[in-house]
Design a protein around this ligand. Structure first.
Ligand code: CMC
Length: 429
């Protein structure tokens, strides 16, 4: 295997180091290229650019492999709680019972919101999108915990910030939901575990507790775990980029929430359900939508399809599809949107356009069916993604901070604008 790469520029050969990962992934290190040659590399959308080395998540898009800290995601989804998964991603190893208890207890203590923070919810329009409120609330936590804003946090400060974020994100999410349906805030309960506590804050009323259903808790557990990390995706790269300026963890993750909101990223889960609803309303003709997605004159895309890195199948989508089917069966729900989703998937997978471009259902294609069955409205779907992704964002921020070679992220560009010209007064223009 090559340990050096060569590049010939203007007839001169330069040698560049090759970096090899533990799974044999290879990269040409171009960090000194400009200093030696005055050339930079250009890579639209960073499709072929490694921005860092990372030991958190491995994925092989060609083979459909996804592993958290070396463990196949299928095993983690089968055996772990969401909190164990969060610990694994953030600290690198599965926790012992003592570590797990300590980690869980730190959440229980942090689940409530400062009473002044609750006023923010009243000021936000009822119809405003929950992701806007989530991002603002996550950033606002910085104002309530000034002792956690050290740009070079200790292990203890990092641990306390992570607990605040992991715990409060579900309280903020539940508050946001209750605000949107005109209901009052239901405080967290110390006797409930992470997911049941979230469901309680979402669906209990002041005089009647929501009945926790283990089937629902388990479906949410699987979904949150499958969303927990996905290496250098758009929102995680955003968290790293913002954090690279030494911005605090609250601010960095708030920026990640905004990146996730976009319909090409986490916002796709809401778009998928809206697309399925539209197909259903228009008579269920899936072929018409497949054709529209192929039409070069239309901007329409099949939402929940395609991925920058998966070119075979998305292992998360496989698990979620089965989970959706099982949950609906157990709950005795027949959702016509699930039938439409399956028909749409079948039609696309045998279509030359999708085959040629290696477009498969992604994590967002079936997740909305599960949220819908649980009673979570579609505007909240991307918020659910954010709750799931929180451990990954924290793990990447922490990894970046602990890497002594981390630098501020500052890409270059190739300027293609006007060349130098002289100012012309407004009267002469
Ligand atoms: N429907 C129809 N055509 C598509 C789709 C789609 N969903 N996705 C990609 N294509 C086409 C695209 O038009 C292009 O065709 P051509 O080569 O003729 O120009 C080709 O496939 C390659 O697409 P691309 O946009 O260059 O690929 P990308 O890697 O830049 O984008 C993506 C990846 C996920 C943004 C894109 O597949 C997409 O827009 N999918 C729909 C939105 C979606 O489901 N997003 C969730 C992603 S997974 C969860 C997450 O990480 O957030």
């Amino acid at each position: 295997m090559a340990d050096k790469a060569q590049i010939i520029i203007e007839g001169k050969t330069y040698e560049l180091p090759v970096i090899v990962g533990t799974e044999n992934e290879r990269a040409v290190d171009i960090s000194k290229l400009r200093a030696e040659t005055s050339y930079i590399t250009l890579d639209n959308g960073f499709g072929n650019t490694g921005a860092c080395t990372s030991a958190i998540t491995f994925l092989d898009g060609e083979l459909g492999i996804l592993r958290y800290r070396g463990f196949p995601v299928e095993q983690i989804a089968e055996h772990c709680t969401f909190i164990e998964t969060a610990y694994l991603l953030i600290y690198g190893e599965l926790p012992t019972q003592t570590q797990l208890d300590d980690f869980s207890n730190s959440f229980t203590k942090q689940a409530g919101l400062h009473k002044d923070m609750l006023n923010f919810f009243d000021g936000y329009p009822k119809s405003g999108h929950p992701m806007g409120l989530l991002s603002a609330m996550v950033c606002s936590l910085s104002g309530y915990y000034p002792e956690l804003l050290n740009p070079e946090p200790s292990q203890d400060e990092m641990k306390r910030t992570a607990a605040q974020l992991l715990s409060k994100v579900r309280t903020i999410a539940a508050c946001t939901y209750r605000k949107s349906v005109g209901q009052t805030f239901v405080p967290p309960r110390e006797d409930l575990k992470y997911i049941p506590n979230f469901l309680h804050m979402m669906f209990s009323s002041p005089n009647k507790d929501y009945k926790i259903d283990d089937t629902v808790v388990d479906a949410l557990r699987v979904l949150l775990i499958l969303h927990a990390d996905h290496e250098q995706n758009c929102s995680t790269s955003t968290v790293r980029l913002v954090g690279s300026s030494w911005a605090n963890m609250f601010a960095s993750i708030s920026a990640g929430v905004c990146a996730l909101w976009g319909p090409l990223h986490g916002g796709a889960n809401q778009e998928v359900i809206e697309m399925l609803e539209e197909i259903h309303k228009n008579g269920g003709n899936v072929q018409q939508y497949v054709d529209k997605a192929k039409d070069p004159n239309s901007n329409f895309r099949l939402m929940g399809f395609g991925h920058r890195v998966y070119k075979n199948f998305d292992p998360r989508a496989k698990i979620i599809k089965k989970c959706a089917d099982d949950l609906l069966n157990k709950m005795g729900i027949h959702d016509p949107l699930l039938d439409i989703a399956m028909q749409l998937e079948a039609a696309a997978l045998k279509d030359e356009y999708f085959i040629k471009r290696k477009l498969y259902p992604n994590v967002d294609f079936y997740s909305g069916i599960i949220y819908k069955a649980i009673g979570i409205p579609k505007e909240m779907f991307t918020v659910m993604f954010a709750i799931g992704r929180m451990p990954g964002w924290i793990a990447h921020w922490k990894e970046m901070k602990e890497n002594p070679n981390s630098k501020i992220c500052r890409p270059r560009q190739i300027y293609v604008g006007k060349t130098k010209r002289d100012f012309v007064p407004v009267t002469s223009r």
